[in-house]
Design a protein around this ligand. Structure first.
Ligand code: ADP
Ligand code: ZN
Length: 718
């Protein structure tokens, strides 16, 4: 099989007599004029193909073969998502250089006799020698950095004959976390959950457990125990986190618990780290991997435990290329590997809850916050009764609560899930609204950069002085708030408060996230203004007030899961308040305090809310009580998109228990210059949608530049 988006799956080649290449071997084969790396797949060759027509395999690479369970996983994901298997294989070969002979790098080691009492060395030179154990090899730059000296000092030692060149060992492995390193003494409820999970891991077989409990109830502490058990079993553990680049605090906890760092896997790794990590995983040298969804496709030789933290997060859904949900695929990966799987959340998805209720998953629950911290008190502020001043967004009760918090020397957070200054710019003279030329979307003002930006395609332009429609001068006016505008407002309201904005554009990566978390923990910040990135996992002990500027924001749009998702997000944000001794408080600014989402947040009864959600979806066979698959038809030519969508609509499957909705223009009818139409196939749970979809798509002949994306189990409906 070749890592290419070809429908055929695998190809036949001849294996020269002297070569050994069992299934899974990485081989170099000719493909047309090129050479490519592929994987020897299972199955029989095409009997009709005469042997003389077969091209020979070039070389077998010196890399651990791809294991059986990963090969089956590649096939499974391809079949489920209707993607060419080679495209999925490509995700499992995402560090091709790891397959080539590792270039061996040179470094330095101690010369025989370099450690002598009578040598009089400068302190700098001594520090360099102190970095090296007997026989240990390290690069010059590493040595210089560890000793805090310039590279010249290392060279000087080499010139003096005290260091001699040596080759670094290949494929350095990650250090083994110590499973016996003690964790905190668990509370009784935690201990019971930990014992149950450890037993699952020790059983060395597949099974899924849902671990729930309010934010701060100690779920992480509990699943770290399961990781320790997996290490004792000598198998690898994988933890998927929704926002790995922002997980500094999580990594810190791992380090405290196990004494070493885990292997990290996400898209921002340098190509060398990628290569080394991939290779280490393949050779069994990465006992624990913490990663984004793509870490599912690493070549673990013996995966024993798979944890999906914040399993309800939509970030686990990959929306382009191979469209898949990493939480669902994690369960499949665990099944194929014979591993235990733990899904963790304070607010699990209805899908997962339903699986727990029907007994497909086991369910463990932690009912209390750890230590003295209670749950924060949540109140709604009815914006109809307490409107903010004209042109402002923070209501008097929220202003007062922030002031009180500061007076007690505590921290406050204002949450608004919207980047930039204002989501819409309007001409006061003619009513014209500034929109993206490539997308069905308003341009978002980013005042700090003096630009208007499209959050879908990245289009950006300077803020014009005159209206592009009616040429009125100075008539353009921002409508609605983004975090920058909230910052402007709080700067006027609380001029003495030290403020930080946490959004994906102000906190671009792990280093910035760590710095921000430290500043907050060290009380160098009084007020945090943040988008959804502040919702995830943070533990800020001095934060006692969370104000949600627009709690209604996620409810618009009519998406199937809008309410569920809003509840999950706001519950998570609320969970940031009062995690230490001082009690926390959460204020929700809303125009609809009677909405079920607000009522559930105020009462804290998430379970009742989820039951209502289930009751709403069950009769119509909406997920998880039925299946959905979306087809997104797109073309640069609007009529062509319409025609293709209509043709698809006309040949839609007609079957009992299956319904096809649309075609209709997608809410984002224009995206990056492509016109988009949607069809939605809705089926009862007992219907297998993949064969239907495959047949349907084969029936329709589409022009070559019309693209049809298949999204099985869609999460987004844009
Ligand atoms: P969750 O994952 O449910 O949000 P955490 O595991 O992050 O909860 O726990 C919340 C806080 O309480 C963390 O700071 C954690 O270190 C601490 N904690 C949890 N359990 C214990 C325990 N048994 N002993 C000491 N500290 C604990
Ligand atoms: Zn755009």
């Amino acid at each position: 099989m070749l890592p290419l988006p070809l429908d055929a799956g695998s190809y036949d080649y001849a294996l020269p007599e002297e070569m050994e290449a069992p299934p899974g071997s990485f081989v170099v084969v000719p493909l047309g004029p090129r050479e490519m790396i592929g994987v020897v797949w299972d199955g029989d060759p095409d009997p009709d193909l005469p042997a003389r027509r077969l091209k020979p395999v070039g070389t077998v690479l010196d890399a651990p073969p791809m294991g059986e369970s990963l090969r089956r996983f590649v096939e499974w994901v391809a079949a489920y998502t209707l993607s060419p298997p080679g495209m999925v294989l490509r995700m499992a070969m995402s560090a091709p250089s790891a397959l080539e002979p590792a270039p061996q790098r040179a470094g330095w080691q101690l010369a025989p006799g370099a450690i002598r009492e009578d040598l009089r060395l400068t302190p700098a030179r001594q520090r360099v020698l102190d970095q090296l154990g007997p026989g240990e090899v390290r690069t010059g730059s590493e040595l210089a950095e560890a000793a805090g000296v310039s590279p010249g000092v290392v060279r000087g030692l080499a010139d003096a004959g005290l260091l001699v060149p040596a080759l670094l060992p290949r494929g350095a492995a990650f250090p083994l976390p110590d499973p016996e390193h003690p964790g905190p003494a668990l509370m009784p409820e935690q201990r019971a959950a930990s014992e149950a999970l450890k037993a699952k891991v020790a059983a060395r077989e597949f099974g899924v457990t849902l671990l729930t409990g309010v934010t701060g109830s100690g779920k992480t502490e509990v699943y770290l125990d399961a990781i320790a058990e997996c290490l004792r079993q000598g198998r690898q553990a994988l933890v998927l986190l929704p926002e790995i680049a922002l997980s500094a605090q999580w990594l810190e906890r791992f380090r405290r618990r196990f004494g070493v760092d885990p292997a990290l896997w996400h898209s921002e790794l340098s190509s060398r780290t990628r290569r080394d990590t991939w290779r280490a995983v393949a050779e069994g040298g990465a006992p624990v991997v913490v990663g984004a969804r793509s870490a599912l496709f690493l070549p673990y030789p013996d995966l024993g435990l798979l944890i999906v933290d914040e399993e309800h997060e939509t970030a686990f859904k990959q929306e382009d290329g191979v469209i898949y949900h990493a939480r669902d695929m994690a369960v499949v990966r665990a099944r194929l590997a014979g591993a235990a799987c733990i899904l963790v959340s304070a607010t699990p998805s209805l899908e997962t809850l339903t699986n727990a209720e029907t007994g497909r998953y086991d369910h463990l629950h932690l009912s209390e916050r750890h230590g003295s911290a209670g749950m924060p008190a949540v109140e709604a502020i009815d914006l109809r009764k307490h409107p903010p001043e004209r042109g402002r967004f923070i209501s008097p009760p929220l202003i007062e609560a922030v002031q009180d918090t500061f007076a007690r020397g505590e921290q406050a957070m204002l949450f608004l899930n919207r980047r930039g200054y204002a989501p819409l710019t309007l001409c006061r003279a003619c009513g014209h609204r500034l929109r993206c030329p490539n997308c069905t979307a308003w341009l978002v003002e980013h005042r700090a950069q003096r630009r208007l930006q499209c959050h879908h395609c990245g289009h950006a332009e300077p803020i014009p002085n005159t209206c592009p429609e009616c040429s009125a001068l100075g008539s353009l006016t921002p409508v609605g708030p983004g975090v920058e505008r909230v910052l402007e407002e709080v700067t006027q309201l609380f001029p003495d408060a030290r403020r930080i904005v946490m959004a994906s554009d102000t906190i671009p990566g792990p280093a910035a996230a760590t710095a921000a978390a430290e500043a907050i923990a060290n009380r160098q910040v009084d007020l945090i203004i943040g988008t959804q990135i502040v919702a995830k996992g943070w533990h800020f002990p001095h934060l006692t007030l969370v104000g949600v500027v627009d709690a209604d924001l996620g409810l618009a749009g009519g998406d199937l899961r809008a309410a569920e998702r809003t509840l999950q997000l706001l519950h998570q944000v609320a969970g940031r308040a009062g995690r230490a001794e001082a009690p926390g408080k959460v204020l929700l600014q809303t125009f609809s305090p009677d909405h079920p989402v607000m009522r559930a947040l105020v009462s804290g009864d998430v379970a009742a809310f989820m039951e209502e959600e289930a009751a709403g979806r069950r009769p119509g066979h909406w997920p998880p009580f039925g299946r959905l698959a979306a087809l997104i038809v797109s073309s640069e030519d609007e009529q062509e998109a319409d025609r293709a969508a209509r043709d698809l609509g006309l040949s839609a499957p007609r079957l009992a228990g299956v319904e096809v909705l649309g075609p209709a223009p997608a809410p984002l009818a224009l995206l990056r210059g492509r016109h988009r139409r949607r069809l939605l196939l809705k089926a009862r749970r007992d219907v297998q949608v993949q064969p239907l979809l495959r047949e349907w798509l084969e029936k329709v002949d589409l022009p070559s530049h019309v693209r049809v994306q298949v999204d099985v189990d869609p999460v987004g409906f844009l």
